[in-house]
Design a protein around this ligand. Structure first.
Ligand SMILES: [Zn+2]
Length: 571
């Protein structure tokens, strides 16, 4: 059978019926972290995976989980706003509640001692900002009829002594648009007094982290990871029941073809994505650090796929070296040409410090002028993170299509002659990141030596990409080519270990964990903006300049290491 024929067979083996059956079962109960519904799903994972003969471990671990139980908001005239909810990791008020003066915050208003009212999702950055400005409580108004559940912790995964004080000390609630309008109308009339209550239960809870490994027939310790979160807001039909079903179904399909695999596949379901701020994948990342660093080839993350009416493949979230693979698969299966989106600091991205590249997260989106209009991210369905996210929103054809896209992308990684990374465009991305910082520095800091290294890398990457593509165009390899493929795979593993941390991690110590807030490319260079605004004669400028020099040394060192490693490989 040719490689093309094998791919067709694989795609034909993905069953829409089984996908829908599994999704229906998984989404029939609420699945907050630590809930009976989540446990039932985890035990179903065990049943399916061990039934397929995979080595299956459900780790029941103690994670610091936060469940929002009840939020209320009462206006000055006594009107209670029925849509009100509260948030994971917000503070509780106690039954008497918090009485205060509401002030609308649009960016600069004084909220000290007041209850700040803002439009938008309750998330870590705006909530920390308002707390820092002295607000005593926060009311968020989200778009549409259903308030959006969110977690507001800025801490990635489990708090540690150096981060635990960052947890919110003030209560946060959200109301829908109609209730928000009532609040704003009252405030307009000068009725600014509000009473809010928030009941949030934050404590260590036992939650499942589900792992099942499909072993290639040929012995190898290398693996790709494929999975997503199992916990959900309410019944989580789209987010993430459909994706959970895809993980089970692809395990079934791939388990028939272990003779053709070059790496193992580790199927995962994380708990504590929403109620633990990625604490399930963070627990796994901390607990199996060395194994992941040594052996994980790539991470395929799956979230909110297969929704009815989703026909929008606007972009692919990934590390750039995975984009060529993802793009070609999406193009082949849908006819659309998605653009690249740098992977964001969310979605169980717990493995950057380990040097593991990610492909995908969300995949198919809703039309931005239809069910995906005006949502948190254009294209996410309106019911995302609400009580309305039910099984009924999954589409049979859409879920099958998305499962096949994941199947093909994973297959082309685990069954390829050489790992199908393409690095050349990564150099282009790094160049534009550095050009941005160089412009922001306004002549006060020089990045030209680092830029020269990226130029050097680009040529080397092109030569590497050509070699990988050449090997992957062959049906079978000679022993000599097999040796070459092995060496290229080792090289790709090392490059990812060097390049991902320096490009993505803010914390120079890879064994600690960055916060759950947006992190820019080459994060340390973000400080050039501060430097540019300072007087070069000031002490502060000199302190900042030295800090940047140290950071530039770090970036230079790692990029130079990549250059040398490629040179040693004859590139
Ligand atoms: Zn999700």
């Amino acid at each position: 059978m040719t490689r093309k024929e094998m791919e067709q067979l694989l795609l034909s083996e993905v069953s829409a019926d089984r996908l829908m059956e599994d999704a229906r079962y998984i989404t029939s109960e609420d699945r907050e972290s630590g809930s009976p519904g989540e446990k039932r799903a985890a035990e179903y994972f065990r049943q399916v995976m061990s039934g397929l003969g995979l080595q299956t471990d459900i780790h029941y671990v103690e994670n610091y989980i936060s469940l929002p139980e009840k939020g209320t908001l009462t206006l000055q005239d006594g009107t209670a706003l029925a849509s009100c909810i509260t948030h994971s990791y917000g503070a509780s008020t106690g039954p008497e509640g918090l009485k205060g003066e509401a002030v609308f915050f649009s960016g600069s208003e004084d909220v000290k001692g007041k209850v700040a009212v803002m439009r938008g999702l309750a998330s870590a950055v705006p909530c920390k900002n308002l707390e820092g400005r002295g607000a005593v409580g926060i009311i968020c108004i989200t778009s549409g009829d259903y308030p959006y559940n969110m977690s507001i912790s800025p801490i990635w995964g489990q708090p540690v002594p150096s981060t635990v004080d960052l947890l919110s000390k003030i209560p946060v609630v959200t109301v829908n648009t109609p209730d928000g309008d009532k609040l704003l109308a009252a405030m307009e009339k000068g009725e600014n007094q509000v009473t809010m209550t928030a009941q949030v239960s934050t404590k260590f809870r036992t939650v499942p982290v589900c792992v099942a490994e499909l072993k290639a027939d040929k012995p190898t310790s290398r693996f790709v990871m494929f999975g997503g979160h199992v916990d959900a807001w309410h019944k989580g039909g789209a987010d993430n029941g459909g994706s959970n079903a895809v993980v089970l179904e692809l395990a079934r399909v791939f388990s028939k073809h272990t003779d053709l695999l070059n790496t193992n596949i580790r199927f995962v379901w994380w708990s504590g994505h929403s109620n633990g701020r990625y604490s399930g994948s963070n627990w796994y990342a901390d607990t199996h650090w060395e194994d992941i660093h040594e052996n994980a080839v790539a991470n395929f993350d799956i979230d909110t796929v297969g929704t009815k009416g989703s026909n929008n493949f606007d972009h692919i979230e990934c590390n750039k070296q995975c984009y060529t693979l993802g793009r070609s698969v999406v193009k082949e299966r849908t006819g659309q040409d998605p653009h690249y989106m740098r992977i964001q600091r969310n979605g169980d991205q717990s493995f950057w410090a380990h040097g593991v590249p990610t492909l995908f997260e969300c995949l198919s989106l809703q039309p931005v002028d239809g069910a995906g209009k005006g949502t948190f991210m254009p294209g996410l369905p309106w019911y995302w993170h609400t009580t309305q996210d039910l099984f009924e929103h999954l589409g049979r054809e859409e879920l099958l299509r998305d499962a096949q896209i994941f199947a093909l992308a994973i297959w082309r990684t685990v069954a390829a002659n050489a790992y199908p990374f393409a690095f050349a465009e990564l150099a282009g991305e790094m160049r534009s990141d550095l050009e941005k910082y160089q412009a922001e520095a306004q002549g006060k800091f020089d990045l030209s030596q680092v830029q020269a290294l990226v130029d050097r890398l680009e040529g080397q990457f092109r030569a590497l990409d050509d070699k990988i593509a050449g090997l992957n165009s062959l049906e079978t390899l000679t022993p000599e080519q097999e040796q070459q493929a092995k060496e290229l795979n080792d090289l790709c593993m090392e490059l990812n270990r060097i390049l991902i941390p320096v490009h993505y991690c803010k914390n120079g110590d890879l064994f600690q964990v960055d916060l759950a807030i947006p992190i820019p490319a080459f994060p340390e260079f973000d400080e050039v903006k501060k430097l540019a605004a300072m007087d070069p004669a000031s002490d502060g400028f000199k302190f900042q300049e030295r800090q940047l020099l140290r950071e530039r040394n770090r970036v230079y060192h790692y990029l130079n290491k990549a250059v040398k490693r490629l040179e040693a490989a004859g590139l």
